[in-house]
Design a protein around this ligand. Structure first.
Ligand SMILES: Cc1ncc(COP(=O)(O)OP(=O)(O)O)c(N)n1
Ligand SMILES: Cc1nc(C(=O)O)sc1CCOP(=O)(O)O
Ligand SMILES: [Mg+2]
Length: 208
């Protein structure tokens, strides 16, 4: 497996904004053309056939661009579709189990909310990046627990892993989290609800 840069725009799919396979592929294609560095397939449905089909299509698309596809929540799906990694929330399973299934070169990311302590635990468990948020009000996840910008310089100094900022990131505020220490911005609404996804991805990518 190629080794990928954990830096730049981290595009996360949304099944409401991309209701079918064609929309999903077209929108992610535009994000990749615009420079998205990482793609995450995030689908909360229980339609396992659709999830496997879409994740496999996305993995093939990402490979054409030499960018990694990560699967949200679901290690079994990551294995089944031969994804390049998995993103785990605090109740989505252990880094050790993901590493054992996906191998040494897989990218494993962990949600750490607003907690440096959780990030240090994720690092010690073998994570490849840590994600903090929500830094701003999120349309996708309105109830997300808020995280302060002051966490980012601390994490950049103390964790020693690439840091992702998530939650309400837009072109109006991306600069703030990057200047505070984020290596990647994870975006759903401000990217995929935009009429020109390719241009928006370019704009985000140029912030780095
Ligand atoms: C890059 C990134 N960061 C955070 C999350 C959120 O993960 P989690 O807390 O498990 O919440 P859900 O996304 O599963 O609702 C993420 N998916 N990606
Ligand atoms: C999936 C997710 N996790 C968050 C967290 O804070 O952990 S915020 C969030 C939603 C991100 O979407 P948008 O860019 O539309 O706000
Ligand atoms: Mg999760």
């Amino acid at each position: 497996m190629t080794s990928y840069a954990l830096h730049g725009l981290y595009a996360i799919t949304d099944s409401t904004l991309m209701p079918d396979d064609a929309a999903l592929l077209e929108q992610v294609h535009a994000a990749l053309e615009g420079g998205a560095a990482i793609v995450q397939y995030r689908d909360k449905s229980d339609d396992s056939a659709r999830r496997l089909r879409q994740a496999t299509l996305l993995r093939e698309l990402c490979e054409r661009f030499e960018r990694p596809l990560l699967i949200n929540d679901d290690l079994d799906l990551a294995v089944a579709c031969k994804a390049h990694g998995v993103h785990l929330g605090q109740t989505d399973g252990s880094v050790a189990a993901a590493r054992a299934q996906l191998g040494a070169k897989a990218i494993i990311g962990v949600t750490c909310h607003d907690s440096l302590e959780l990030a240090l635990q994720a690092r010690d468990a073998g994570a490849d990046y840590v994600a903090f948020g929500a830094f701003f009000a999120s349309q996708t996840k309105p109830g997300a627990r808020p995280a302060p910008l002051s966490l980012l310089p601390q994490a950049a100094r103390e964790v020693g892993l690439p840091v992702v900022a998530i939650g309400g990131i837009s072109m109006d505020n991306a600069r703030q989290v990057i200047e505070a220490g984020a290596n990647m911005v994870a975006v759903i609404h401000a990217l995929f609800a935009n009429a020109d996804i390719r241009h928006q991805a370019q704009q985000f990518s140029q912030q780095f």
